[in-house]
Design a protein around this ligand. Structure first.
Ligand SMILES: [Fe+2]
Length: 531
């Protein structure tokens, strides 16, 4: 296996492969002192730890046919705090088998406090379409073992893509039983569509508590991310599968749009907060690219990934580049339901920003792959209702950017075959919907299919609010906000099946998920139908 590395803080060391004692290789953190690692490096140098520095676990993500990102972050207990000021050397080991009998390569990675002692190892030279196992070592500490998977070769005739689609995991509002089940599933990757952390609290729905107040600084966002990663079910799901990710608003603050928050803070002040939030996000996620060093409030998260000839998967950023919400309340900005808002018809307004929108449209037009999977943060189908003053629009989702939605769906309408699947989160409900250039207009053909996944734990809207939305939007074939969970997607050349896996709200620690509903999309025929 040939390996190369990216990143100035990473240096590669080639070592002779060495079959070592499996007993040590599989040992969890328990003060074990290995004489040498599985791939032959003598250990013992580096810090002597009083507590597990790998308590946040391991993760992998952004798979490619020949590479994947491996992640961990060292944490320092009070007893180990003296190590925190120092740069640390972390060993990353990759294996070909689950039993760790076949070590492939190892690398030494330097990390320090400037990056929160996080490690992002871009392992290259891997084989397409197969699993690998990995772990990290620092001094005498050994991390849990993670499993990852590369994507298939770009020209491979892949017969199946299995995704777990998830979003919105308010720590205080429920347990991560969805992650517990996902960790046990056979999956190609977890697709997480935003609201990974929540900055805010609601005492009314609190089952367990955030530590600290609303984060605004880098250290405060780090603390919030670290608390979420303290959840064993979430760690298990990261260790079990590669994740493909985008973000929504709560990774920074509720309802932010580009450089504006709900309080109409000075944009220069808000962008410093956004930079802190983006940096902390990067430090805790298996993503390849962090904040732009020259412009730290900018960080590219949108991405495109091929899954053989079967699918192209776009992950979109619906927050960083969007126009501000239309017709906001002058006293309290951000999201609201608007009626008679002329600004919605302004064709210049964009959800994705001009550059990302052009990149997506070009990519869709050029894509030679069977399915076009457009993964983004929120709901694309309309959820407005008729009022005496006109139809309402929720100005934070795609209803607040109707001209941008029309541009995107018009572009999709011109594609053949018309196998566009839009995936979303954010709204804390399961939705299966038809997407037309003109929403809910039977004269406007269905051009794409939408699956929105409910929240992992965040509370959903009441039936009294959802009922009228359902009644006013015939394009919505399924909408339920009363249950929590995730969505299993099974994408094959002939069709796609989405299974909503749920438990009633709130997700209790011992909840077991069941099928709420199942929808399918047949290849060459846009639109969802009950399966
Ligand atoms: Fe959310």
């Amino acid at each position: 296996m040939v390996a190369a590395l990216r990143g100035s803080s990473i240096r590669m060391q080639r070592r002779d492969l060495n079959r070592l004692a499996l007993a040590w290789a599989l040992s969890a953190w328990a003060g074990v002192v290995p004489a040498q690692t599985a791939t032959g490096v003598r250990q013992g140098r580096g810090p002597v730890w009083q507590a597990d520095p790998f308590a946040l676990g391991v993760a992998s993500g952004q798979p490619r046919p020949d590479s994947v990102v491996l992640w961990t972050r060292l944490v320092f207990s009070a007893a180990d705090v003296a190590h925190q000021a120092q740069a640390q050397t972390v060993l990353c080991e990759v294996f070909a088998d689950e039993a760790l009998r076949q070590p492939l390569r190892q690398w030494q990675v330097q990390t320090d406090a400037r990056r929160g002692h996080s490690v992002h190892m871009v392992v290259q030279g891997l084989q397409p379409g197969r699993s690998y196992w990995y772990r990290f070592v620092c001094g005498q500490a050994v991390s849990p073992v993670g499993r990852t998977r590369t994507s298939p070769a770009p020209d491979a005739r892949v017969q199946q893509l299995r995704i777990a689609q998830a979003s919105c995991q308010h720590f205080e509002q429920g347990y991560y039983v969805a992650h517990r089940e996902m960790a046990q599933r056979e999956l190609d990757f977890v697709l997480f569509l935003g609201d990974y952390i929540y900055e805010s609290s609601n005492a009314k729905y609190r089952i367990r508590s955030h530590t600290g107040g609303v984060p605004k600084t880098l250290d405060e966002y780090r603390q919030r991310h670290a608390q979420y990663k303290g959840d064993a079910d979430l760690r298990a799901c990261h260790a079990a599968h590669p994740w493909v990710m985008t973000w929504d608003d709560h990774e920074v603050v509720n309802d932010y749009a580009n450089d504006l928050d709900r309080d109409y803070s000075d944009p220069a002040v808000f962008l410093r907060r956004r930079a802190a939030a983006y940096q902390a996000y990067f430090e805790h996620m298996p993503v390849r690219i962090g904040p732009d060093p020259a412009v730290p409030y900018q960080m590219r998260i949108h991405d495109r990934m091929a899954w053989g000839q079967l699918a192209d998967v776009w992950t979109l950023d619906c927050r960083q580049y969007r126009d501000h919400q239309a017709c906001p309340d002058p006293n309290r900005g951000g999201a609201r339901v608007v009626v008679g808002c002329d600004a919605l018809q302004d064709a210049r307004r964009s959800m994705l920003g001009g550059a990302q929108e052009a990149w997506l449209m070009q990519g869709l037009a050029d894509s030679p792959r069977h399915w076009k999977v457009i993964a983004q943060a929120t709901q694309m189908s309309s959820s407005g209702i008729a009022t005496p003053l006109g139809r309402s629009s929720f100005n934070d989702a795609w209803d607040g950017y109707p001209m941008a939605r029309e541009r995107l769906l018009s572009g999709i309408a011109d594609m053949r075959p018309q196998n566009a699947l839009v995936l979303g989160g954010d709204v804390h409900m399961n939705v299966a919907a038809q997407l037309r250039v003109r929403p809910n207009d039977e004269q406007s053909p269905i051009v794409a299919s939408e699956i929105v996944t409910t929240s992992i734990s965040s509370r959903g809207m009441s039936e009294s609010v959802l009922g009228p939305i359902r009644d006013n939007n015939p394009d919505i074939r399924h909408a339920r906000a009363d249950e929590r969970g995730y969505t299993l997607l099974d994408i094959r050349p002939g069709g796609m099946t989405a299974t909503f896996r749920t438990t009633p709200h709130p997700a209790q620690a011992d909840s077991v998920l069941r099928d709420q509903a199942r929808f399918e999309v047949l290849a060459g025929r846009a639109g969802v139908q009950a399966a």
